[in-house]
Write a protein that binds this ligand. Structure first.
Ligand code: SF4
Length: 621
């Protein structure tokens, strides 16, 4: 450990966040490797260490003997203060070395509200926050993760982005750096020009963006003929062959998810029209139970974790779930390892599952009907009915549960007052179901919690063109719904609409937001994903002083023929599909899921996919 860092640990909270030296961390001789990759998670250690993407990419990069990947997390505010006071730059966990000494600094961007933390980390590292101001001695700064499906708001701060899945293209990226450094005459500019040829690598400085007077984009022009017009996302065609770690770093302190996370498949067959993840991770690619069994056993033997979480966007849609859970339960029960299945859908929750999995044995159960009426559920293509919900709730009551949590959104396209009132009414009917049904327990009453978030029209969804409701509209709707919740067994909570608005600006913005983000960083903004640090009025002040009208990005309906900031990215699913789905939404029509029928989203254009879904989108050579 870096001595200077060690000296600080006595005076900060949770020093285990910074100590390094955990069981399972990868140590290498820094003089024997050809590339040093600092993998940064722009939030605290406890959150970063629980991120599956980070576990996978840390392992994939370190699987190469000539690459040393080390972890970096955002120091908490007390540690940042000490680091500035004692001149300790941002450091990597494994070696304790300053991050600015590395060849590559990679940030995973999971949530737009982490952008200011990224900039603070660059500042703490002593690396210029603007890519254009970096020198040859500075690391190449690359971004990855779901937020890179609209990288434009932070384009000026990154040298490049890895769009899509990084297991292969990040390794190819590092390999290219090694090769070009070995060949001699390495410059950042030459490297980035070459890197732009790797599928999935986007180099924003190789494109010029012009705007109309009204602030919309006029055109985006590649600066050289060999620069692709759009950047196609990278995917792992065969998940059975995709890298998956055989061991993970075991933290000394408690983290958010202290368990094995077993990724079962990627993508989603459902097509909910508000859901970005359901679109950007297409096509659906499953692992086989045989491979999953082996991965689970290997990780259990390497970690001794007492819980295995089967992760995916909708676990109950995994085609071989029965086979997988039965196979796992053969040894997990014996070893006192519990199995948890997050992301269970309302319409696939049954007694069998109830008996099997621990996560269902917890105190409350969570379902996501998302909208209070069937009409609006059809508009958003949720494809679940009230009967599905009542069936799932009865299974829960039958399993001895009395607490149910229901997730909804407000501010959805075409939403009416009846839809909002429908949320309260549906929750009351869930309560009635307890008293009406056969599972009423003497002396126990049900507790139904409705948690309502604010709809954000995200890029690469059929609703990407929609305007977000204004703050006034959202506040009015929250109050209206509150007035409709009269059942004493129903608890109503809602998200802070102010956070959702800033998130909408950062999710739908363009490069002109860079000035606002830089000013925010200058004024010490950090950890905006944390309630105690988020300050809406300060954001409005920053926007005002940098000429940014947040309504232009959040509350303006974008034109169907307008060039969108994220049009530079090709996520596989086509704009034509999104437009079709948007029209079906406004017509109140649902679209069958991919298992029932292929709706031609285009994801099967991404080469090398074995079988997209049984419904039909076979590999196109
Ligand atoms: S191509 Fe068809 S089957 Fe494949 S993900 Fe898209 S809609 Fe579903």
């Amino acid at each position: 450990m870096n001595e200077k860092v060690a000296a600080l640990l006595k005076s900060v909270t949770k020093p285990g966040r910074y100590s390094g030296g955990e069981y399972g961390e990868v140590q290498k001789d820094k003089h024997a490797v050809s590339a040093r990759f600092a993998f940064a998670f722009p939030d605290t250690y406890e959150i970063g260490m629980s991120n599956l993407g980070m576990r996978i990419l840390y392992g994939a990069l370190n699987a190469r003997p000539d690459i040393w990947c080390e972890r970096v997390f955002a120091p908490w505010v007390d540690m940042q203060e000490k680091m500035r006071e004692y001149g300790v730059p941002l450091f990597a966990h494994e070696s304790g070395d300053p991050v600015r000494e590395f060849d590559i600094l990679g940030f995973t961007l999971q949530y737009e509200m982490c952008y200011t933390t990224v900039l603070q980390m660059l500042r703490l590292a002593g690396i210029p926050i603007r890519a254009a101001e970096r020198g040859e001695e500075d690391p190449i700064v690359i971004g990855g993760g779901p937020c890179t499906y609209n990288p434009e708001p932070v384009a000026d701060f990154f040298d490049c982005f890895s769009i899509g899945e990084g297991e292969e293209n990040l390794v190819e990226f590092a390999e290219l750096l090694i090769k070009m450094k070995k060949e001699g005459g390495f410059t950042r500019e030459k490297f980035l020009r070459e890197a732009a040829k790797i599928e999935g690598i986007y180099v924003p400085s190789l494109y010029d963006v012009a705007y109309h007077d009204d602030g919309t984009i006029a055109c985006v022009t590649p600066r050289f003929p060999d620069v692709p017009r759009t950047v196609k996302k990278r995917i792992m065609p065969d998940m059975d062959k995709a890298f998956f770690p055989e061991k993970v770093v075991m933290p000394y302190i408690e983290t958010v998810h202290d368990r094995i996370m077993l990724e079962v498949y990627r993508g989603c067959i459902r097509g909910c029209r508000f859901c970005q993840a359901g679109m950007i991770y297409r096509p659906v690619r499953e692992k086989t139970p045989e491979v999953l069994q082996k991965q689970a056993r290997t990780l259990y033997d390497a970690t001794g974790y007492e819980e295995i979480s089967l992760t995916s966007l909708s676990i109950s849609d995994y085609t071989r779930l029965e086979e997988l859970t039965c196979g796992l339960l053969e040894w997990t029960d014996r070893n006192m390892v519990s199995l948890s299945l997050p992301s269970l859908r309302v319409d696939s929750f049954g007694e069998e599952l109830m008996k099997k999995v621990a996560s269902v044995r917890s105190s409350s159960l969570t379902f996501a009907p998302e909208a209070g009426t069937q009409r609006l559920r059809d508009v958003i293509n949720k494809n679940v009915t009230e009967a599905d919900l009542m069936h799932a709730v009865n299974v829960a009551y039958g399993g001895g549960k009395t607490a149910v949590k229901l997730y909804f959104m407000e501010g959805l396209p075409t939403e009416t007052a009846d839809d909002l009132a429908g949320i309260a009414e549906l929750a009351s009917r869930v309560v009635d179901e307890y008293y009406r049904g056969p599972y009423r327990q003497k002396g126990r009453s049900p507790q139904v919690t409705i948690s309502v978030s604010c709809f954000i029209p995200k890029p690469f969804t059929p609703f990407q063109w929609e305007a977000q409701d204004t703050m006034e509209m959202l506040a009015e709707k929250q109050a209206y719904l509150g007035s409709k919740v009269t059942d004493r067994h129903v608890r109503y909570t809602h998200h802070d609409a102010r956070v959702s608005r800033i998130e909408a600006v950062l999710a739908r913005g363009n490069r002109r937001l860079a000035a606002a983000l830089e000013l925010a960083a200058d004024e010490g903004f950090c950890f905006d994903a944390w309630d105690e640090f988020f300050d809406y009025d300060r954001w409005l002040s920053v926007f005002a002083r940098t000429g940014i009208d947040p309504a232009f990005f959040a509350n303006r309906a974008m034109g169907l023929d307008e060039i969108l900031p994220w049009d530079i990215i090709d996520c596989g699913v086509t704009k034509e599909f999104f437009k079709r789905e948007r029209a079906r939404a406004y017509a109140g029509k649902t679209t069958p899921n991919c298992r029932e029928q292929c709706s031609g989203c285009g994801a099967n254009r991404l080469g090398g996919v074995r079988v997209c879904c049984p419904a039909g989108c076979k590999e196109k050579k």
